[in-house]
Design a protein around this ligand. Structure first.
Ligand code: FE2
Length: 198
């Protein structure tokens, strides 16, 4: 049986159904610039808030990834508990990343997004690629939390003074309170064990 050849070939398809790949163009908004949106805030206020939020975002993305690293690499008798705790905190940090990033866009800014840019921007020290003991992991995470907590408190005061209440609320209600809570959960693991008798 002979196979009938199709009546059209791929090259005959009209342009409007063929994907146009390998496209390039100049960026439509440079990083660090603001597009004025109808939010009742001046461009200078938005510029300052976005700069503070992008720093918070870079630090939060780094802490989020530090949690996943430790979730995978944790070792020891508390493996199960810490493996789950680290992932729970990772999920909450990932939620914060999205809230912060979308706040930046709401203000007319451009979010920092890619790992190389985040690595150049974050203030959280780079950990070794290798595995570390669980107590060192937790100590490293606690220090990262404290950096974010101090910066979030300071940034919240700055944006409150300029009238950017939405960013103030995000920094206090979400960033600050989540990090304070997670720092508490971690540091309770770093207290010396209680003897079984007094
Ligand atoms: Fe997992």
């Amino acid at each position: 049986m002979t196979k009938t050849s199709p009546s059209t070939t791929a090259s005959d398809h009209p342009d409007n159904v063929s994907p146009k790949l390998h496209q390039h163009a100049a960026v439509t908004q440079e990083y660090g610039t603001i597009v004025k949106l109808p939010n009742g805030l001046s461009e200078s206020v938005c510029t300052q808030s976005v700069a503070l939020l992008n720093q918070t975002l870079a630090d939060t993305m780094t802490l989020r990834d530090l949690y996943k690293k430790h979730h995978w690499q944790v070792v020891g008798p508390t493996f199960d508990q810490l493996h789950l705790l680290f992932d729970k905190h990772y999920e909450a940090q990932a939620g914060l990343v999205d809230l912060i990033a979308e706040r930046i866009q709401v203000l007319g800014g451009v979010t920092i997004a890619m790992a190389a840019d985040v690595a150049e921007t974050t203030r959280i020290p780079r950990p070794p690629c290798g595995r570390e003991p669980a107590t060192v992991q937790m100590s490293r995470l606690a220090e990262a939390h404290e950096m974010i907590i101090i910066a979030a408190r300071k940034s919240a005061e700055i944006v409150a003074d300029t009238g950017d209440s939405g960013t103030n609320d995000l920094l206090v209600s979400d960033v600050l309170r989540t990090n304070e809570l997670q720092a508490w959960f971690l540091t309770e693991h770093l207290v010396a064990p209680t003897p079984v008798s007094a």
